[in-house]
Design a protein around this ligand. Sequence first.
Ligand code: NAG
Length: 155
Amino acid sequence: MTALQNMTTAAILVVALLSHVTVAHVYSQCELANDLKNRGMPGSIPDWVCLIFAESSYNTAAEGHLNSDGSVDYGLFQNCVVTFCSPSHRSTAGIGVDRAMLGGGCNVNCYSLLDDDISDDVACVKIIYAQSGGFTAWNGWKSSCQNGLPNLSGC
Ligand SMILES: *[C@@H]1O[C@H](CO)[C@@H](O)[C@H](O)[C@H]1NC(C)=O
């Protein structure tokens, strides 16, 4: 490769890495609590903060938890794919999301739940909360949040 080609390759790599970094965000506990307070969440904020730590460790880009039904959960709240978002359309470029491919009860693309804008996650979570029995819709809440909640009074 020529020096110019090397520089071009390096520049493309840096742009790709930066794009990736900017789509993810890991909240601190108080930052999350204060953000959620402004979003009109149903239920108590300590319950949400506990649930989100159990599900995603406050990381908006968390993608994991293969469920027994074969679905995978996405994002801060680890919303369940099969019923609430459309899982099958990550953008072909590998970066970003094809927002045209919507689906599930939230009419959203699962991959759009991985970025640092949690507005769509919150809208979906409100639907899940209303339709699926509140906090009990999340295994992380059931396993980690019924015997004590985080103390957020310092936030
Ligand atoms: C919660 O934290 C505050 C300080 O941030 C403390 O004063 C208070 O005692 C704590 N409450 C409980 C129940 O631990």
